[in-house]
Design a protein around this ligand. Sequence first.
Ligand SMILES: [Zn+2]
Length: 137
Amino acid sequence: MLMLGGIFDLGRSVVGVSNLRCACLAALLIVATFSGCGEQPATAPQAAAEQDNSLEAEIAEMIGKLDEADQKLALEQKFCAVQSHERLGSMGVPAKLELDGQTIFLCCEGCEKSAKADPEKTLARVAELKAANATTN
Ligand SMILES: [Zn+2]
């Protein structure tokens, strides 16, 4: 709001009081430009952020139900080994699976069959997910 006041003062001193309405419009335009984010309406990003927060809270709660060692693994993996777009914890407590002596996690038990069908592919996916997660954090 300090900035808006500054623009008003600037408008007054530059164009004079008689043109205050024009200065006012200019100020509104500038404010609109600053508050607008891309092509989305100003309310959309906020709504998305709120949704994200509740999803993150749910995921944290579900992962928190695992053993401490498992939590660490699940957080490293972050996404389901079968449906790699699906966050672990987004569909309830992540399903734990031993595959060739390695502990991996799935978003739900429904993915277990696919994970066991091709263990090599599943483990490769887990390694990929962990690597991606390690670089983004
Ligand atoms: Zn699943």
